[in-house]
Structure formats: C-alpha cells, structure tokens
Write a protein that binds this ligand. Sequence first.
Ligand SMILES: [Zn+2]
Length: 653
Amino acid sequence: MTMRKALYVLIAAALPAAAQQPAGPLLPQLDAAGVTKTCDAALAKGREMVAKMESGSGGAGFLAEWNALQVALEDLGPISNLGALHPDKAVRDAAEPCLQKRTAFGTDLFQSEKLYARVKAIEPAHPRERKLKKDLLEGFEDSGVTLPADKRARAKEISTRLTQIGQAFSRALREDPTTVRFAPAELAGVPESFLKSRKAQADGSYVLKPDDPTNDAVMTNAKSEDTRRRMFVARVQRGGEGNLKLLDEAYRLRKELATLHGLPTYAHYVQRRRMVGSPDVVNKFLAEVKSTVTDLEKAELRLLAEAKARDTGKPAEAVVPRWDESYYKNVVRRERFAVDQEQTRKYFPTPRAVEFALLVSETLYGIRFREAKVPAWHPDVRYFDIFDATSGKFIANIYLDLYPRDGKRGGAWAAGARRASVLAGRTPTSVLVTNFNREGLSHAEMQTLLHEFGHVLHGVLSTAHYLSQAGTAVKRDFVEAPSQMFQEWVHREESLALFRKVCPECPALGKDEIARLAEARRFGRGIHYSFQHLAASFDMALSTQPDDPLKVWKRLETEQPQGTTDFTMRPASFPHPTGGYAAGYYGYMWSEVIGLDLLSAFEKNMLDPKVGARYRETILAQGGQEEEMEMVRKFLGRELNNKAFLEEIAGKR
Ligand SMILES: [Zn+2]
C-alpha cells in the first residue's frame, strides 16, 4: 500500500500540467442514490419525449427528435462504467437496475408502431440519413415491431432477461471469491516487483486472486509446474456452475428470439445485419482460418514441448498441457529471441507508456492532449482534454482508469460515455479501462494499451451529425478494425522511436531489440489464432444449436492438439457471449482482416500525418454514417482483401 501511494505521488509530481482546469464537460460523479435518481429522471424525460414523438406524424423532423431523445438517454450517466468500476459496491449494485430499466425502455421504444411508421415515412435528404433510416428500420424490425402482439411481448421478455443474464454473469466474475494460496518457494520465478505489490500472510505465504495481472505474472514466470497448474485451475473455474447455467439460458433464449422472427438460428438473426451477411460466410472464413493456422500451431507446440524437455530433463511430451503454454512460450522467446516479457517492462514505465499512446495519436491525427485534475470515481483516474492541433478547438475528453483494485471488472476496454453529435453540439467523452501493472508494461500490455486506445480514438475523433452514428456505432464485425490496426504502432521502429521523447531516461530500444521483439511476438501466433478459432467456433455452435455450453466447449477443445481437462469450466469466465458478442466472436478475426488491410496504407511511413489525416477523415470521423465496406474502399482506393491477415496467421509476415 505504501508503495502504491509513493508511486502515485511520483506520477503526479512528474506532471505539472495536472493543475490545469478542464475544458470539457465532465462526467457526473454519482453515489448510489444519485445513480437511481439521475436514471429515473432521464427515463421519465425520455418517456415524455417519446409520447410527443408518437403524437407527431410523418417523417419530417423525426431524425432531429430522435437525436434529442438519444442525447437525453445518454445523459442518464455513465452507468455501465460505474457498475464495472466504482469502488463503492452500493454504486455498482445501483447501476444494475438502472441498466435493466434502460434496456426495457429501449425495447419499448423499438416496439412502437407509431414511431416505426414515422421512420418509414422519412425522406432522406443526405446519404447519412438514408443509412440512419435503414439502420433504424432494422432496429425496429429486430425488436419485433412487425410481430403479432403475443410474439412481440415475448421478444421484450427475452431482451429484458438477456440483460439480467449479462449483468449476473459479469457480477459473478467481478466478485468471484476464488483465491489460491502459495508458499514463497512455490512462487520461485515470479517477479519480485509483483510480489511486493501483494500482501504476504504472517507465515510468508501469498493468497492470490486469479485476476489478469496475477495470472499473467504467475503463468508466465512461476518455475513450478504445480504452481502454474493450480493457478490455471483457479482461473478456468471462475464464474462456476452458476455462470455456465446463465450462458446456457442465454443461448436458448436467443434461439427462441430468432424463431419468433421466423429465422432458423440466432446466427442468422445477428449476422444478416453484419458485414458478413450470413453464417455461411462466417463458417467459410473460420474453416479458412483453421486450415491456414494448423501447421504453424503444431510447429509452435513442438517447440514448447522441446523447451520443456530441456528444462525438466525428462523426455518431450507429445504436447504440453495448457498451464505450461505461457511459461514455455516465454522460455522459447528468451532462448530464441532473447526476449523476456517481464524484462520488457523496464522499457515501458506505465505513465510513460500512456504518454507514448498520446504522442502517437497526436502525431498521426493532428490533435493535442492536455491533462487536468478533475473529480472522478477513484483517485487513480486520470483525465485529459483533447484539442484539434490546427484549429485549437476543444474536441473531446477522456478518462483513464489503469490499475486493478477490488471490485473493479478485469480486462481492458474502452467505453464511449458520451457520443458525438454535431447536430446537438455534443463533444464525445471516452473512458479507457485497463488492469495494468503500476511499474511498467510488458510489450504484450503495450499492445493492449494501443488496442484500447484505437477504440478511444474511434470515439473521440467522431464528427457524426447524429449521435446514433457516432464513433464506435459501427457494425460489430468492423468495430475492432481500428483498434487491431492501432496495435501495430508498438511493433515498428519508426513509432517506437517516439518513446525516447516521452522517456529519455528509459533504456533505449535499438533496431536489433525491436526486431527481436517483433520476432518474439510472432512466436505463438499459431496457438493464439487456434484459440480465437476455438472461441469463435464455440460461439457459432451455440448460436446455431443451443446445448450444454461446457459439453460443447470440451468437444471443441478435444479437437485441438492440446485437448481438454476434466476440471475446466472455461466458458463460465468467457464474458463475450453475454457481453454483446453472441454470434459475434468471429468479429475479432474478421476485424483483423480489415485492420491489417487498412494498415497497408501506412506501410511506407507509420507516422505520416497525411495518411493519418485521411484515415481520421474517412474512417474515424465517420463512425456509422456510411456503409463500412464503402468507407474501407474509399480509404484504400481498392476492394478489401484478406491477404495480409492470412499471411499473418500462417507466420509469413
Ligand atoms: Zn477491442
């Protein structure tokens, strides 16, 4: 604790700019009662607005009324963030009923026949209005407005229940009590700096939660296989039976929802609205990934087994168990490329890493960040205003919540707390959440930081006219493309050279080290994409035919070289299917196809502000105002292709 405090003071002292007054509109700081009050007030106002809209007629003026309604609803506050992040459990708990009411409101709204009739009557005056009209019509139809009354009521029940399931699943993970106890000797190899940040028991042992940084520190570094195995078991059992049941219920309800709409599967229901258009395209894509990645995966697993044999002096196993994967990947990276993830932290002290992400963004996109001190939900949270470098105009603001703490949701993500709307004179606000080590980021975590920053930029550089089309309001299988692309800036010499500017005292990364880091990163791609394939196939299987999730997971895992284990409950801690990615997990790889193709425009010069400006204008600023495929075509000046992606996963890039 003392250590944490000392660091915090150090960081604050290094940033005199923190005394600045904020320029942007701040997020409201709410206590538990405030959450409920603000939420109810915004929804009451929303209901009033809807009643007025329903009493109107024709399409004229509808989109402006719709926009004002979206603004009012967003002003009910950053509720889902508070639910995931607030240190006070009462606030986190108060967020849940609010989100349930918000979902119910949304379902009612999209089931209104009167509003649907008005949308149908819109005569679009602009391409973005034509797109919005189409998206709205689909939204109304998908919510059941054209269904008979009994089916419509059932669709609403399902939607409400799915929200509750998502919340319960996430809560169970966030508040999972699982811990593992290790004697100091059992933690041999785990970095001193990590252990110092955890409290030792009176007998010197450590009681560890299997959260992200802990899992990472132990699985990558603990020399004892038994220690790794115990941490792995704890990790893959998070969420437990309860979450498995929730997941099962969710996929069954989704199948029922698709049936109400006369569609054969939930995959059809979702994917007809996505870039892919249909499950056939997804299944074909996944088969292509599998056949491309299998050889590389097997070759990598062979290297891991050989590394383990050298390490233990025992004969090589046919394949190492999953709890050995991170550890021996790290061994191979050390032996072959002289790269140790833990050692890479010295290059990227956490606050400097953040400044690096800001500087890359400034350089590419012609913007400026300025830190200010503002009230937030926790003292660790940092705040920045963003200005356009050319005009000097304030354009957006961001909050960064970087470090793990009790009750905070694990993982890393970016959330648009307020979305842009030129029509409403509204600037965007994004929240970046990570669970990073305070001392420094590994090269892998640097990649995570840039990835999430890619989402942040998509939100804050938006100049959408209508809020419903702002920032990341794009198709789900496109939304990861800008962030997948932005990751690449931690892998290139040109961009990494900027690290010297934010941290002259950090050890320099030379040409040779960067090349080795790149090689080391590439090692493990086969195993990684094989897992992505597994997760996407799991989601597709259940989105096609609901079944016991654990049974399906184990069946798919068994088909993999590493096989499955008796104790795994892995789907119980897999947050995507209940977090909005059902029938959509394939979208990560699909987005990567796009992200890597978009990257080709930057290949000549990763820091070219001209290409950056064009990208900002054609992709980031547009949000969902245009069809995604069309935006990509405009930016690249040609059709999208998956060449770069297939080369990447075959190990040829
Ligand atoms: Zn992402």
